[in-house]
Design a protein around this ligand. Structure first.
Ligand SMILES: [Zn+2]
Ligand SMILES: [Zn+2]
Length: 373
């Protein structure tokens, strides 16, 4: 059959229509599945937070309301717009003196949604100080001062939570190793910061985790995003921004602040969780539900994973498995059948696992227990 120009344009039009419909469907599917999901743990709700991001009010490329929309698509509970106090490269195009403006616009945009917007700013200094975020501030303008210690003391006066950003950033720490300077020791002595980013954008720091443990700092993980979030993390490939998980008594700004002051946080990036065992253990246990589907000497058990993390489990149980080796993966939102060689008929038994993609220190993992009835 000869293809005439008319037929050809029809084919092109139809192909375009099919393609655009397929794209829309896939895009909707991506929209539905992109929300980050973790269960609550006993006594606390699990808030998914990104507490470090930029807008056009410093060196970011988006308006604050777009940050709100991105956060809602990602299923976040809280964000903080933390534009640089001292670095304003867009001043010529967006002349403004009010360092609270980004927060106000985001809060307005989030008004009808459940998203908590935390007022914040990034203290942006060279070494020996580096960059710090102050969140839960009352007035960011008052932090826009020359003397760095005055800024930290003002943040403390305002009741802000201050954490050290990217302490392992190679622009400020060429070897990538987070270590305290004399300035940081002084800040700690005066109790002027209370948290540390163990995860920033696409980087992770074992040393930052060690500093968090040594100095009782909240473990934080943030995107520090400047461009569109989807440019940094491809949701169509199941990538997601890093988040700080905050274990709060309820979903409110007051509760969230209280939880962070009490260091009830963890970080999630890629497929890795970082935090204290007292939070990571329950988080993984609540993510996994076991149901028994057969009896006998080799009972079959299905592990349902209700979270967005693939868990890499190492079997520590008293029993070996019949269909898995010692280490296996329980896929996010998936069902993983295991057959357990209990060697005798048991009414109920306990499975114990080490969670290899969760870290309580650079070399240790939390352990979980699952009861099978
Ligand atoms: Zn920074
Ligand atoms: Zn930043």
């Amino acid at each position: 059959m000869k293809t005439t120009p008319v037929k050809l344009s029809l084919i092109v039009a139809c192909t375009f229509l099919i393609f655009s419909q397929t794209w829309a469907q896939e895009n909707n599917a991506a929209m539905d599945t992109r929300a980050i999901e973790f269960p609550d743990i006993p006594g606390y709700v699990t808030l998914k937070c990104d507490l470090h991001m930029h807008t056009v009010f410093s060196d970011g490329s988006l308006w604050p309301s777009v940050r709100v929309r991105e956060a809602l698509m990602d299923g976040l509970d809280a964000i903080s717009i933390t534009d640089h106090l001292e670095y304003q490269p867009k001043k010529k195009d967006i002349p403004h003196e009010d360092r609270n403006r980004g927060y106000e616009l985001a809060r307005e945009a989030a008004k009808e949604s459940g998203l908590l917007v935390v007022p914040g700013a990034e203290i942006t200094r060279g070494m020996p100080t580096g960059h710090f975020n102050a969140i839960f501030v009352k007035d960011a303008n008052a932090l826009n001062q020359k003397d760095v210690l005055t800024v930290f003391r003002e943040a403390k006066n305002q009741g802000a939570i201050v954490f050290w950003n990217h302490p392992h950033w190679t622009a400020q720490k060429p070897n990538g190793v987070a270590t305290l300077t004399e300035m940081h020791k002084k800040l700690l002595e005066e109790d002027l910061f209370a948290g540390i980013e163990v995860v920033n954008e696409t980087t992770y720091s074992d040393e930052a985790l060690e500093l968090a443990q040594e100095h009782n700092l909240a473990i934080i993980g943030n995107s520090d995003v400047h461009g569109p979030i989807d440019w940094g993390w491809d949701v169509s490939r199941a990538k997601h921004r890093p988040v700080t998980l905050v274990f709060a008594k309820e979903k409110s700004l007051e509760s969230m602040k209280e939880a962070m002051e009490d260091r009830r946080t963890a970080a999630w990036f890629d497929n890795t969780l970082v935090g204290e065992a007292q939070f990571l253990g329950p988080l993984v246990e609540q993510s996994l539900e076991v149901s028994r589907s057969s009896d006998g000497l080799v009972p079959r058990v299905v592990i349902h994973n209700h979270s967005d993390a693939d868990f890499i489990l190492e079997n520590l149980s008293d029993y070996r498995l019949h269909n898995q080796a010692k280490v296996f993966i329980v896929k996010a939102h998936g069902r993983t059948p295991i057959s357990v060689k209990t060697l005798e008929e048991l009414e109920s038994f306990e499975l114990r696992f080490k969670v290899l993609n969760a870290f309580t220190s650079p070399d240790t993992h939390p352990e979980i227990r699952l009861k099978v009835d």
